[in-house]
Design a protein around this ligand. Sequence first.
Ligand SMILES: Cc1ncc(COP(=O)(O)O)c(C=O)c1O
Length: 477
Amino acid sequence: MTHRRPLVEALKNFQQQRPVSFHVPGHKHGELSGLPDEIRPALQYDQTELSGLDDLHYPDGPIRKAQELLSEAYGADQSFFLVNGSTSGNLAMIHAVCKEGDRVLVQRNSHKSIFHALELARVRPVYLAPGWGQASQSAEGISLETVKEALRQYPDAKALILTYPNYYGMARTETEDIISYCHQFNIPVLVDEAHGAHLLAGQPFPQSALSLGADVVVQSAHKTLPAMTMGSYLHIQGTRINAEKIRKYLRMFQSSSPSYLIMASLDDARAYIQTYSSPDMQYFEEKRRLFISSLQTIAGLAVFEADDPLKIMLRVEGHNGFKLQKKLEEMNVYVELADIRQVLMVLPLLKQGHIYPFAEIRSRIREAVQKLRKEQVDPKIMMAPQETTVISEPEISCEAIDLADKEWISYTKAMGRYSAAMVTPYPPGIPLAVPGEVWTHSKLERLLDHLAAGAMIQGEHNLAEKQLFVIQHGGVK
Ligand SMILES: Cc1ncc(COP(=O)(O)O)c(C=O)c1O
């Protein structure tokens, strides 16, 4: 356990020498920046690869030491700082492990960055549908049974890609068995643990994917640890992964001018979680418990506690999550996301002595809920059921889609047609349709439910005109 932060210290020492800049970045330690006075001082530390400050892509100084401390903390064989988010980690891990034409098993409720990586790597995905968590009202993990069946049908699969825990903090208990089952066939398991960098804190948090045996794990440190936005980690362990290939793709997918502010915050976030003590945990748990109990006394508000104690969901009977989110925002309370049923809150991973204004927040939430309950209730907030097909393959490859003739059609006519685009409610960023998948009745109904509830939908679509982008009949060449 260490409080040492080699990169933070190197940056501080460098700045104390009052260096003069004749190099990039052009803001010259912030002197030329027009940013407000509250922000500008941070630019003194927005450095570049100067003597003594190392190079992320070929580290042999403070960045290397900071990454070594990172792998020691997480118990990985090697760990890497990512400055372009888990997005870049997902791209790199998939490219490092899979080659063009490989068949790969993929949890269907993955983030769009996984689908982008699959497309770029030109692999052949087989989608494994997750179970629906009735209590969490979210798509959770895939079952061991599904993985066994998928490997029976596709014994040539070269990797399994999981998301653990899910966005809502649900951590499937079968994950360890799934990983060991794949390892029996020497199949590497790559885990998008974007929402789990803090699991290292231990009980009562769910076990981390590294401790469950995963081969590559990508974590958005910026989501749950005190790291800057885009700051993430990638860890590898075991003998199934070629570290040199991971390095190669990280160099390709990440900026050649990585932000020192982000990297320093990653060094700091590692020290934060590594020094998280049992008194810190006790303090966090007490504050959390009190906050949740206080919310439970608000009339009409239901609080759901996820497997991950950092996540809670709030629901108000008869009102969709988007309306609740809007009312909360009117009270300046901003949540992580809203969906048709609820809003998701990410709690702060407090340490002893940290103050968070929970009493004030509770009274604002109460006011928001009271206002919402005076509004007319929604006629329907049940969403169409999940697809029933558990294991599926897109019938058309991404290359064929690129070449195919496509057209815009009204979504009322899209049933049975192949999607030519990704259509993604955001957040959470899990595509409703991916290129090459058929628009089924269930998918279309869920799209309409999202639109009716006011969800934001990303992707190549023209939903303002009620149109979707599909492959023309006979359009595949
Ligand atoms: C499950 C999951 N994976 C990956 C990402 C991408 O992470 P980042 O924003 O760090 O690039 C997200 C972002 O929301 C996510 O929810």
